[in-house]
Write a protein that binds this ligand. Sequence first.
Ligand code: SF4
Length: 418
Amino acid sequence: MRLSSRYFKFEVEGWKFKDECDDLGYRSVLLDISKQSSLQKIQNQALAGIYIHIPFCKQACSYCDFHFSTNQSMRKKLVNAICIEMKLRKAETNEPIASIYFGGGSPSILSDDEMQQIFDALHANFDLSQVQEITLETNPDDHSLQQLQFWKSLGVNRLSIGIQSFIDRDLILMNRAHSAQHAELCVQQAREAGFESLTIDLIYGVPNQSFEEWQSNVHKAIALNTDHVSAYCLTVEEKTALHHQVKKGIITDKSDEEIEQEYLFLHHAFAKAGLAHYEISNYAREGKTAFHNSSYWSGKIYLGFGPSAHSFDGKNTRRWNIAHNIKYAQAIASDKRYFETETLNANDKLNEQLMTSLRTAVGFKHFALDAETQKLVLDQLNAMPQHLKDCVWKNDTHFGIHPENWLLADAIIREVMV
Ligand code: SF4
């Protein structure tokens, strides 16, 4: 499960965060982690990543617009199709695989046999001898201790646990299938099963949640002492149950000011707890940044399998599979086309780099551009309105956005795009 962000709301002229970070020693934590982040470590490695989309969930969360189905009847067919897709596409990379990410949907909903089948296909079709990270997204109520141990035995070494909130009322509002108690138990069980690398998801901007309740959520997350946390702002996406509730006036969406307050509290509290804010939605202890996501942000090749999964060839071609379970499985079975492609030109690639790198602590590597393009980008940076310039740092090699201003990233990126 991943949420899109709603940073577009923070583009009001003159709107800007207060700069309180230096008082908390935040920037020094950030610099330490940047020096050795996965993002920097992998930039010179020719390794590939794999993403596997499992498009099934137990129930539909009210805010979710990802591709999933609560109808489980297609599961066996879908797993077969995903394994066939791996075989069909194995020639797309000769690089050893560095990371595998099971997302969705809810990969934790798969039976042991289905999970084994996918791992067998991975081993049969790809070189996994250099895999460093295998992450599996799980909902707190989707598994037993035995299942966790089984995933561990397959090679999964990182769990991403969709906690979202430690308050039952919030979980009911979001129509999550688990309770607050499940969340804490899940982390305990994961440790019992031997998982050292754990990341949890939190959501801020939850309607009807007070600031004090958000503070309590952040403190509970810190108390769990995981080495990584992802925190997303709840976005009211069209065609979701939440959108309907907001439109009807049943639920009131949070204001930008409330979101700002929660965001700043989150990253100050995490900084104090040693969790550095290394990407707009991600926090990690030293050396524990997510390897797989860092591959995306640094433009490495990745292969996405399953309906709606996206791929990138590491050069200039993106592709994405059809976001429809039946059509995907039928097309794979009958050897028909099940994906679309897009070729990126030099400007598209540069803009993508700007969009991803300016959301990270490392920032954008302007020194690597040819002289003409570097001048164009830096001129645009200098020509930005002052309130946006105040949000940016720059040195001889890179420029970036101060993390306390990352909610303005969309507005800044639009100014510097070519
Ligand atoms: S668990 Fe909820 S948020 Fe995650 S993919 Fe399923 S419906 Fe969406």
